[in-house]
Design a protein. Structure first.
Length: 157
């Protein structure tokens, strides 16, 4: 994975048994309006990668990841991803009760197959049921601060 960048939340490079690489382009969104966020931000991002409009960014990100790995042939890996069109996509989004059911998830991700064509394996979708994102983040921040304070207190002993 890579740290978040504007317009590129993450990349996963996967290898099959033959050593052919595939890259998974990830978009992760925390929002109170998941369907709107997907339609207005995620689908356009995926379409840009599908058309090749962001190939330079993709090559740079993949190359950066490979430099930190033990890939024996990074040039071949980049070529696999670009020339063999070995791309997949993953959208992960926070949802409330409205999208918890199978029917709700289908509504949420409707149209994905028109944005990323081909086998369904190219399209991944995940949800995290979290009704109030801000409240959850506030609780996490408080827990982190408490852990830091405990660690600092322990180091003074």
């Amino acid at each position: 994975m890579i740290k978040a960048d504007k317009g590129l939340d993450g990349l996963i490079i996967e290898f099959d048994d033959d050593g052919i690489a595939q890259v998974v382009i990830c978009e992760e969104k925390a929002t109170e309006h998941p369907r709107q966020k997907i339609k207005s931000q995620v689908w356009p991002e995926f379409e840009q990668f599908e058309t090749g409009a962001r190939d330079n960014e993709l090559v740079a990100s993949v190359t950066s990841l490979l430099e930190k790995s033990n890939d024996s042939d990074p040039d071949r890996t980049v070529a696999d991803i670009l020339w063999n069109e070995k791309r997949a996509y993953r959208v992960a989004v926070t949802v409330g009760d409205k999208h918890v059911s199978e029917k709700g998830r289908k509504r949420l991700f409707a149209g994905y197959e028109n944005k990323v064509l081909g086998d369904v394996e190219r399209r991944r979708a995940e949800t995290l049921v979290l009704e109030d994102v801000r409240e959850w983040l506030d609780k996490m921040a408080k827990m982190a601060l408490a852990a830091i304070e405990d660690a600092e207190a322990d180091s003074l002993v």
